[in-house]
Design a protein around this ligand. Structure first.
Ligand SMILES: Nc1nc2c(ncn2[C@@H]2O[C@H](COP(=O)(O)OP(=O)(O)O)[C@@H](O)[C@H]2O)c(=O)[nH]1
Ligand SMILES: [Mg+2]
Length: 289
């Protein structure tokens, strides 16, 4: 089955479901916090959100900055900010994200001005967190709330009114994230999503994934395998040489003593997923030209 067939099979039902469930509560929302992975901020977004929440103020949150190339993340933030999409990045695993409410201050201003004009009392800004699977929505909710609650909120079959989490005096956060379906219009995007854990592995053969990753690393991070595998400049090695070197280093040998290159390929993809190859981004800012 090729990717195109997969998409045709995969999308319509999920699209429709996402559209109806998200659209229904958008009227309650003042600002949408869209979460994407800092390592591939285009591939981990879904343009469908523009249809679900047209004209809603938005903040793009790039998660997992601790795993991404810091220089590239900075370029992405500039890129989106220049395109009039407020953007910030964060590492949700370490400590409470104190920069978040500060970043929202300017976004609160239009609401305050409108209320003043109408002679209304200031109301808190109502936020929802949305994004494709595995980008860190639940972790962000728990981080901001300062406690673990997204798990309970995700329980299926429990009907209840939506719960708002008070974040200071100015912000109310919906405790349930909005889940967007993944969007993978092409093979390269599917590879990135699989490497970032949004697409389940069985969708793509592992050796294909490892080869695509290696090709990208050769071009963009040629020395990233030197500390873990002692492989100097990737550009001087064939794919097979790289996998053989990994197999030898890790002791992946076939009966008879030959290097088990398939096992090495699997190991490379896994090491990337576990962040063991360093801080690497999978997507670069498009050329300004
Ligand atoms: N290293 C790192 N891992 C993160 C970060 N945010 C989330 N994660 C991890 O990413 C995985 C998916 O997060 P989760 O919040 O469940 O994603 P959701 O499916 O969008 O709700 C979990 O294993 C989290 O621990 C981050 O900033 N840094
Ligand atoms: Mg979740």
């Amino acid at each position: 089955m090729n990717n195109q067939q997969k998409n045709v099979h995969y999308f319509p039902g999920h699209m429709k479901k996402a559209l109806t469930s998200l659209s229904s509560f958008m009227k309650l929302i003042d600002l949408v916090v869209e979460v994407a992975d800092a390592r591939a901020p285009i591939s981990t977004r879904n343009p469908l959100l523009n249809e679900i929440a047209p004209n809603k103020p938005r903040l793009l949150f790039l998660s997992k900055e601790d795993k991404a190339d810091p220089a590239i993340t900075k370029m992405w933030i500039d890129y989106f900010t220049k395109a009039s999409l407020p953007c910030m990045s964060g590492n949700l695993k370490v400590e409470k994200l104190t920069s978040f409410s500060k970043r929202l201050e300017p976004l609160l201003k239009p609401k305050r001005e409108k209320e003043a004009k109408l002679g209304m009392k200031p109301q808190p800004l109502r936020l929802v967190i949305v994004g494709i699977p595995n980008v860190g929505k639940s972790t962000l909710i728990n981080n901001l709330a300062g406690r673990s609650l997204a798990k309970a909120a995700n329980k299926p079959g429990v009907t209840r009114a939506e719960q708002w989490i008070k974040l200071g005096n100015d912000l109310l956060l919906l405790d349930t994230p909005g889940i967007l379906p993944m969007n993978y219009p092409d093979g390269a995007t599917a590879v990135r999503l699989a490497l970032l854990g949004s697409i389940k592995e069985e969708v793509l053969p592992n050796d294909e994934l490892a080869l695509a990753l290696l090709g990208y690393l050769k071009e963009n991070y040629p020395s990233c395998l030197s500390s873990r595998y002692g492989i100097g400049d990737l550009r001087n090695c064939s794919d097979n040489e790289v996998f053989s070197a990994i197999a030898t280093k890790r002791g992946f040998l076939l009966p008879g003593g030959k290097a088990d290159v398939s096992k090495a390929a699997l190991c490379l993809a896994k090491d990337f997923q576990d962040g063991l190859l360093g801080r690497l981004s999978l997507e670069r800012v498009p050329d300004a030209r």
